[in-house]
Design a protein around this ligand. Structure first.
Ligand code: SAH
Length: 342
């Protein structure tokens, strides 16, 4: 059956017209779904009982069950959701001064194969639908009785490898008649699928683009991220410049520092050369060691040196606060968990 959360408001109105209902009814349903904590058609009390029955015949409402919830000493919460087909995904809630940020997954597994990431090495199962992306937000809001203010597509999966569903999910999250999460409060993080960066530039969305760069030479980047063999640094930077020109939005470059790998002054110098003059920001992430991983965290001293060098040279750089590492909820630690193997 069709999951009603897969439709943005315009599409839902069309669906309602198809079944002989007025578009304003779709708007009423949309409001129930995204501005309240209800999970069934029967709770939509301003609809007639006949209409509720009809909707039950036409649509399902996807509602995730929580398999496991872990809380970190820093307040970060990690959810393992049952996505109702035998698969499970992780979603992370983080508290910042400026609000509550949810790190959502876009796929069940990931095809990118980045060497330092825990989502690698698990078989890719499938893309998440728009409704399943949105349901991560709703499920956490219901569980905690809170309102999420920021979304980052930094969970499991490569969002630009599930392009249509991610864009549609953003349209749903963004809609002022629903969750009303401003596009500027939504970040898409990509390993660098160049054609999709060009496509995203044309969407006229105001969301933030984060690029997982992590290295400044093709040799080093390819060793960390196989995607670099398909789209090298030069092509990637060209796409980024186009994106900035087209959207006038600042790009955030993510750079995970691994000890004795990409964290010395030479790397910082190359990074300055690469980013000089661009409207951008660098997010330095102390790399999180994953189970059996080859990469270990750069020393704090080194990380600070790296940041200071970039700042000195006019590249705005900050060190990302590590949240949730004690519950394997920090950057790159999320992995698909198969219910059957649990
Ligand atoms: N596929 C997307 C989004 C998911 S990963 C992407 O590649 O951007 C979110 C961020 O965490 C990316 O910048 C990714 O490179 C980074 N990351 C992955 N594993 C990590 C690790 N072990 N330590 C620190 N950051 C990591």
């Amino acid at each position: 059956m069709k999951n009603i959360k897969d439709y943005n408001l315009e599409e839902l109105k069309q669906e309602f017209i198809k079944i002989g209902e007025k578009p304003y009814r779709a708007e009423q349903v949309f409001k129930w779904l995204y501005t309240t904590n209800i999970t069934t058609f029967d709770e939509m009390t301003n609809l007639s009982i006949e209409l509720r029955e009809k909707l039950k015949q036409e649509f399902s409402i996807c509602v995730f069950n929580i398999i496991k919830k872990q809380e970190s000493i820093d307040g970060t919460k990690k959810y393992l959701f049952d996505v109702l087909d035998g698969n499970a995904i992780e979603t992370v809630l983080m508290e910042y001064k400026h609000g509550k940020t949810l790190c959502v997954s876009s796929q069940i597994g990931c095809k990118m194969g980045c060497k330092f990431c825990a989502s690698t090495g698990i078989k890719f199962a499938r893309n998440l639908t728009s409704g399943e992306i949105v349901e991560q937000v709703l499920a956490v809001q219901r569980d905690e009785n809170i309102k999420i203010s920021n979304i980052v597509f930094m969970g499991i999966g490569e969002p630009l490898d599930n392009y249509e569903n991610v864009i549609n999910a953003i349209k749903i999250l963004n809609n002022q008649k629903g969750l009303s999460i401003g596009a500027r409060h939504i970040s898409i993080s990509t390993s660098g699928i160049v054609p999709k960066i060009y496509k995203l530039a044309e969407e006229n969305l105001q969301c933030t683009l984060s690029i997982s760069l992590h290295a400044t030479t093709d040799k080093k980047r390819s060793a960390l991220m196989p995607i670099n063999d398909a789209y090298n640094i030069e092509e990637l930077m060209k796409a980024c410049k186009y994106y900035i020109e087209k959207t006038n939005r600042r790009i955030s470059f993510e750079y995970a520092l691994a000890k004795d790998n990409n964290d010395n002054l030479e790397d910082a110098k190359e990074l300055v050369k690469l980013l000089k003059g661009m409207l951008c920001h660098v997010n330095l992430i102390p790399i999180n060691k994953i189970e059996n991983g080859a990469y270990t965290k750069s020393s704090n001293e080194n990380i600070i040196k790296f940041r200071d060098y970039l700042n000195e040279k006019g590249i705005v750089a900050t060190i990302r606060r590590e949240l949730g590492s004690d519950i394997d909820a920090a950057c790159g630690q999320l992995r698909r968990k198969n219910l059957k193997n649990e």
